[in-house]
Ligand binder design. Structure first.
Ligand code: COA
Length: 137
């Protein structure tokens, strides 16, 4: 089941986020993020357990993926795909954009989901290039 994440899931959210960034708890404080306009976080739940989430920022009819993560144990079972597809449908998006570390295996995931590499952004992650990727719907 996919639904908005509430503060009840704060610990699970930080636990998953810690796989994305060492400073995740500080950078993506759940309460603050939920109160920011145009920010949405949807979680994938199974038996009330949070297995993954997607955080987007909505523009008019496009969105930027800020974060997407699935618990290691539940990867490659289609959860990431469901989170992306749900978001597109929910907001009737015309496009989805993101930046990803060039070396991240997620690049393959995004390509499978129909994202194209638009350009390389040099040193986006201080010492590593990023790809700016876009999926047009
Ligand atoms: C990227 C991530 C969210 C994908 O979630 P997931 O639930 O494992 O992805 P899915 O099972 O929906 O995969 C969809 C497709 O992508 C493929 N895929 C997913 N991860 C992959 C990987 N690491 N390498 C190659 N292919 C991959 C799947 O095999 C599947 O292909 P198929 O349609 O041919 O079967 C997950 O790997 C993750 O949490 N990674 C760590 C966090 C991260 O790097 N996030 C992105 C930051 S920008």
């Amino acid at each position: 089941m996919i639904d908005k994440i509430s503060l009840d899931y704060e610990n699970d959210y930080y636990h998953l986020g810690s796989k994305l960034n060492d400073n995740f708890t500080y950078l993506f404080n759940l309460e603050q993020t939920l109160n920011k306009p145009y920010n949405y976080i949807y979680g994938y739940f199974e038996n009330k357990k949070l297995l993954g989430f997607i955080h987007i920022i909505l523009t008019i009819d496009e969105a930027d993926i800020v974060n997407i993560v699935v618990d290691d144990y539940y990867r490659k079972k289609g959860i990431g795909k469901k989170l992306v597809e749900y978001t597109i449908k929910k907001f009737n998006l015309k496009a989805l954009n993101l930046e990803v570390r060039q070396s991240n295996e997620a690049v393959i995931f995004y390509q499978k989901m129909g994202f194209k590499i638009v350009r390389k952004i040099p040193n986006y992650y201080h010492n590593e290039d990023a790809y700016f990727m876009k999926k047009t719907i």
